[in-house]
Structures are given as structure tokens and as C-alpha cells.
Design a protein. Structure first.
Length: 366
């Protein structure tokens, strides 16, 4: 059986690339005789921001001198990041031989499969271009079963334009599932009843399976910061923990430089190194869904910080794990987070979700 998946698999984002790996790896594990490939779809709106010489900051685009200085400044970081992600993709992601850059290319020459899966992550986030792209709703598929596994709208409600678009794009799906309860409610409002809520693909692999692809680094006795959105509360929380426990602060990210007082900033480490850093941290402070998720998988002591928007994903997984009390803001006393997370209790509820999701995936693929 040929199975093709489609997701945002190549962007410089740890969660995006690792969930792509997890879904293809798990399917290969449960259906070892199948051929599983990720459709190598790289539309310009996703690919261009990650090109080495792209000038992402609008302040530097119009002035040739500033543009050149910007490129010189960020080149070493961009090059290292691009190489690290490219090497990981080459080693771990089973991509199709054909690379597609536009929906039209997919439509004219679709990859052949018996079953197609779109998901996971924010592929249906209407606030981003991919959420409007018919490719991520498998609209190029002419024959074969269409399955949605754990896509996310990333929001709690959608507007009228998106409602009409989603109804049109999902009309011939055979099996629909969604990642968050908010997504279940959105689909219910569109007439899709009893849509299963399944867990993010990163949970389909256990900690031991993730450790198989870690790359070790030499750091120890540290708090790890991983953020998607800037927030002073992240650094405030990490500094309080560091003072209390005499730990260093390490942050991973993709900026060429940050103007905050921490012990170490690591730009563009590989996904395998990211896993190692998170797995070996004493504490994790994050506002990332996948930062929280890998903290739970590796049974870390972690604290999450609310973002200005799109908190439904983190809130959803915290509720499943009964860990809503791990959310920090400036009004919290850091001592409130001194209670050690009891992962025996967490795993009781979480494992039920994982088992249900694995069973769902097996059922729709058979």
C-alpha cells in the first residue's frame, strides 16, 4: 500500500519538522509493508522566508547598503540553520522524488497513492497562507482515500469566508479528525458531527524512540527557553528559576542576535540537537505547543507562558494532562511551580489519548 502525507515539513520550526517525521515513522512502524512518503511540497510563501539571503526585516529591504549589511550579519546563522535542517530532512524524512512548488503542479502531476493524509500541525490555520492553500486539504487528489490526521485551525473560531472555504475543501473526505477540541467544535458548527479528536503525531512515538535520533551536546545543569513569541515573562520566569536553583539559562531559536541577559543563546541547532537539549534540561520554559509536548514526552519539569493569541493548542494538551497549573504570568510566585509534576498521573490520561489516536490511525489506514 502506498501512503502519502502532506504537511509543512521543511520550514525552520522544530515542531513542524518533528511532527512530520513522527507521523511517517509511526505509520511505517505499524504498517511495515507499506510505502510511506511525505509529499515534498514547498510553496514560495513557505520556502522564500527560509532562503539564506532573504531579507525578512522590512527596515532593510529598500536600502541596498542596509540590505547588504543585514545579509552579511545573518549569513553565518542562516547558513548553519539551513544546513542543520537540510541534513535532518535528508536523513530522516522519506520525501517523494518529485518536488512541487505550486498547487497547479500537484494538480497536473499528483503523486500516486492508495491513501493520502493531510496533517498534522497548523496546516488549516486560515491566518497563514497554508490555511488557504487547497493542497493542504488534498484537493489535488483524483483517486485514493483522503484522510485528515490531527490538523489544527490554531484558533477557537473561524469567520464566514473561512467557513465557506473549509466546507468546499472538505466535502469528499473519507475520514476526518482534528487535533484540538476547539477544532471539533468548529467542524461541528459546519455540519461535521462526531469528528474524532486525536493527538499530535509527536505523541505517537515514545521517549525512547525520540532518543534514537538525538544528537548529544555538552551542556548540563541548565534551564531551556524555547519561545515562538517574544514575551518578557519568559525571561523573568527563567531568571527566577535560575537564581533559586543555581542553574544556567540556555535559549534555542533562530535570531542572529538577542538582547537579553542569559548564559547561552544557540541559533539554529539541528532538530536532533533540539531534542537532546530539551530532554536533558532541568527545567523548560516555553510558549510553544511542541515545546510543551516534548516536555511532557520526556517527563520534564516545565512552565508555559501564555501567548497573545492561538493558545487553544497548548490549553488543550494541558487539559488532557491535567496540567493547567503550569501556566505562568507576572503575577505568579515562582514557588507556585515547585511542586514536582507527577507523571504517573499525567500518563494515565495521556496514554488513553495516545492509544485512541493510534487505533484511529490504524483503522482508517486498513
Amino acid at each position: 500500500m502506498k501512503i502519502k502525507t502532506i504537511t509543512c515539513h521543511f520550514v525552520h520550526n522544530y515542531g513542524a519538522i518533528l511532527q512530520a517525521y513522527a507521523l511517517s515513522k509511526h505509520i511505517s512502524n505499524i504498517l511495515p509493508d507499506s510505502e510511506v512518503e511525505i509529499i515534498d511540497y514547498r510553496p514560495p510563501y513557505l520556502e522564500n522566508p527560509h532562503k539564506i539571503f532573504n531579507v525578512g526585516d522590512s527596515r532593510y529591504r529598500k536600502n541596498i547598503v542596509l540590505k547588504t549589511l543585514y545579509r552579511v550579519r545573518v549569513f553565518p546563522y542562516r547558513y548553519a540553520t539551513t544546513k542543520n535542517f537540510k541534513d535532518f530532512i535528508k536523513k530522516y524524512l522519506p520525501l517523494t522524488d518529485n518536488r512541487y512548488h505550486t498547487y497547479k503542479e500537484l494538480l497536473n502531476n499528483p503523486p500516486i497513492a492508495d491513501k493520502y493524509i493531510c496533517g498534522s500541525d497548523q496546516i488549516w490555520n486560515y491566518r497563514e497562507e497554508n490555511g488557504k492553500d487547497p493542497a493542504f486539504y488534498l484537493n489535488f487528489v483524483k483517486t485514493g482515500k483522503k484522510i485528515a490526521y490531527a490538523p489544527s485551525f490554531a484558533v477557537s473560531e473561524i469567520n464566514e469566508d473561512e467557513t465557506n472555504m473549509v466546507k468546499r475543501y472538505l466535502k469528499d473526505f473519507k475520514d476526518l479528525s482534528i487535533r484540538e477540541q476547539a477544532g471539533v467544535e468548529i467542524l461541528n458548527s459546519l455540519g461535521y458531527k462526531n469528528v474524532p479528536r486525536v493527538i499530535d503525531p509527536v505523541y505517537l512515538l515514545n521517549a525512547s524512540e525520540w532518543r534514537e535520533i538525538e544528537s548529544p551536546l555538552s551542556y548540563k545543569d541548565y534551564i531551556l527557553i524555547y519561545k515562538i513569541e517574544n514575551n518578557n515573562a519568559i525571561y523573568e520566569c527563567a531568571r527566577k528559576l535560575a537564581r533559586k536553583h543555581n542553574l544556567k539559562i540556555i535559549e534555542v531559536g533562530f535570531s542572529a542576535k538577542i538582547d537579553v541577559d542569559i548564559d547561552k543563546y544557540l541559533c539554529g541547532v539541528s532538530p536532533s540537537e533540539f531534542l537532546y537539549l530539551l530532554d536533558n534540561a532541568r527545567y523548560v520554559v516555553t510558549n510553544s505547543f511542541h515545546g510543551v509536548s516534548f516536555s511532557i514526552i520526556f517527563e520534564k519539569q516545565f512552565i508555559t507562558i501564555k501567548r497573545s493569541k492561538t493558545n487553544s493548542r497548548i490549553e488543550g494538551i494541558l487539559k488532557i494532562c491535567n496540567l493547567e497549573n503550569r501556566t505562568y504570568d507576572e503575577n505568579n510566585d515562582i514557588n507556585e511551580f515547585e511542586d514536582i509534576i507527577n507523571y504517573s498521573e499525567v500518563n494515565d490520561g495521556l496514554q488513553k489519548e495516545i492509544n485512541y489516536s493510534r487505533e484511529y490511525l490504524m483503522k482508517v489506514l486498513k
